[in-house]
Design a protein around this ligand. Structure first.
Ligand code: F0G
Length: 516
């Protein structure tokens, strides 16, 4: 058997075909270094930024030096089931920030994790615990109502016409059995999870069902609760979906001296998940108007909102939370990626105290979550974001506007090959035109195979030392997520490279795109 390796050899072969099989040997700021044939380092401008994990850039000096100090001081990384003052510091700081941005006094309780998908799943798992406990409490109250009705029936209270119909002509015990059977069947229906078309919430067994792309979701649909997807910016469809999923359970009460049926709303809605700016789905910000409607619809239906800020959060869009800028308030917030300062694996789920269930703390855990190394790095990262009265957030907004302006210039000059540029702050996308009908067989083939964006990335890397990637679910959108430290010169360099790419596409020069 011949193989190119054992660590994901298929992926490696793909990277080779597209000119993306590169080893990076060092990283700093917005630069990744590869090694040239003469052994010297070649800088590559990195606008992928760890898919949004490096808002501070690679190896921010203060984060890296803290990491070195922690290791030198032999700070215990693992001390499970003991006090974790560092985790407490992170939770408190996050609460201060959330209070400032959302106006909600909270507090939000923190559950730590290691990755975005894991933290998303912790949010959903918590929401399901809450839903299950609420449903159980309702069914218990209903059981009590049946007992009261039983006593009344013994004392001679008749059954109402509706109760008689359900009892199918039988006595009170027939009615009680029918009510219990109906309730049991309804309570056993799976919970309802809602997310938006184009969403990305992770790739673990649970979270992959919340990720819209059918290619990554469907092979695993038998393993976890399915999700109902609704189009973004369409509140009517969301409201209709919620109405359709409504279920009631039955209780009994005395009404005008007779035993009658009463309906109670069964808590069926586990959660609605959304990204304030969809990242992997092609960089699509939600509008404030939609956020307002979502908030209203979910409040009416008592559906918890999980705001997935894994990619959009941590100041990337010009506020700590992208959701706060559109007035969207979450029952849950999920943060990861840049929380680890570009070097640690850190994630956190924040649960509004109004929904928090203390039981969860004993039901959920992970060996590495909340370790001293990652939480101390996260705390320092938050310090750096919050320094100088929010200067970093203003800079993210200002840098983002500058890049967006330059990208808009590229779009205006190359309308034949660029469809759109969009985004907020340092979360931007440039959408290339599909080339499925190109006169160039190479471009046609790449486009039809869904890899035009990757071929463009390979070209930018090899011809212009620029690293960008399309997103897996929006294959022609190049994602641009630099650090907040990106300089004017680097922005100009990126613009020049993108213009050169557009020239190649305009010339329908597939061979040149592939560097042949
Ligand atoms: N939620 C969002 C909004 C994400 O963008 C991602 C990852 C996750 C959850 C999962 O986080 O990878 O740490 O488990 N997004 C990457 C991307 C993979 O390509 O946008 P993870």
């Amino acid at each position: 058997m011949t193989t190119t390796g054992l660590a994901e050899p298929f992926l490696r072969a793909q990277l080779e075909t597209l000119g993306l099989a590169v080893e990076y040997v060092r990283a700093e700021g917005d630069t990744l270094y590869r090694r040239g044939e003469d052994g010297r380092e070649i800088p590559v401008l990195d606008l992928v930024g760890g898919f949004g994990a490096t808002i501070l850039g690679h190896h921010h000096p203060e984060v890296t030096s803290l990491a070195q100090e922690l290791l030198a001081a032999q700070v215990p990384v693992h001390a499970q089931f003991s006090l974790h003052p560092y985790a407490e510091t992170v939770a408190r700081r996050l609460n201060d920030i959330l209070r400032r941005e959302t106006g909600d006094p909270g507090p939000y309780l923190a559950v730590f994790a290691n990755s975005g998908a894991e933290a998303v799943e912790a949010a959903v798992k918590h929401a399901e615990l809450d839903r299950g406990l609420k449903a159980a409490a309702l069914l218990e109250r209903i059981g009590e109502s049946i007992e009261r009705a039983r006593r009344a029936a013994r004392d001679g209270a008749p059954l109402s016409p509706a109760a008689q119909r359900l009892a199918d002509g039988g006595d009170f015990e027939a009615l009680a059995a029918a009510v219990t059977a109906v309730n049991r069947a309804r309570a056993e229906e799976p919970p309802v999870l809602l997310a938006l078309s184009g969403s990305f919430h992770g790739k673990l067994i649970g979270s992959v069902q919340l990720t819209h792309n059918p290619a990554v979701r469907e092979p695993f649909r038998a393993l976890a609760a399915p999700c109902r997807f609704v189009p973004a910016e369409d509140p009517e469809t969301l409201a209709a979906a919620i109405a359709e999923e409504r279920r009631t359970v039955l209780g009994l009460a005395l009404c005008g001296g007779a035993v009658d049926l009463v309906e109670h709303q069964l808590p069926r809605l586990c959660a609605l998940l959304l990204e304030p700016v969809q990242g992997e789905g092609g960089v699509r910000p939600l509008t404030a108007g939609y956020a307002r409607e979502v908030q209203r619809i979910c409040a009416e239906a008592d559906c918890p909102i999980v705001v997935d800020e894994v990619q959009s959060g941590m100041g990337r869009t010009g506020t700590f939370l992208a959701s706060s800028a559109i007035g969207l308030r979450g029952d849950y917030y999920v943060l990861a990626k840049s929380l680890g300062g570009g070097i640690a694996k850190a994630a956190v789920t924040l649960v509004h105290h109004g929904r928090h269930r203390p039981e969860f703390e004993l039901l959920h855990s992970s060996t590495f979550a909340k370790d001293a190394f990652s939480t101390l790095i996260a705390a320092r990262t938050l310090d750096l974001l919050e320094a100088d009265g929010g200067a970093l957030y203003r800079r993210a907004a200002e840098r983002g506007e500058r890049i967006l302006k330059q990208l808009s210039g590229v779009r205006d000059d190359f309308k034949d090959v660029v469809v759109d540029v969009r985004g907020r702050g340092l979360m931007l996308g440039l959408e290339l035109r599909d080339q499925s009908d190109s006169p160039s067989p190479v471009l046609r083939e790449l486009s039809r195979a869904g890899v035009l964006g990757y071929a463009a990335a390979g070209h930018l890397l090899n011809a212009h030392a620029l690293r960008v990637f399309p997103t897996a679910s929006a294959v022609t959108t190049l994602r641009i997520e630099p650090s907040v430290g990106i300089t004017d010169a680097r922005i100009d360099q990126a613009e020049a490279a993108l213009r050169a790419l557009c020239e190649v596409l305009r010339a329908q020069d597939g061979e040149r795109l592939l560097g042949r």
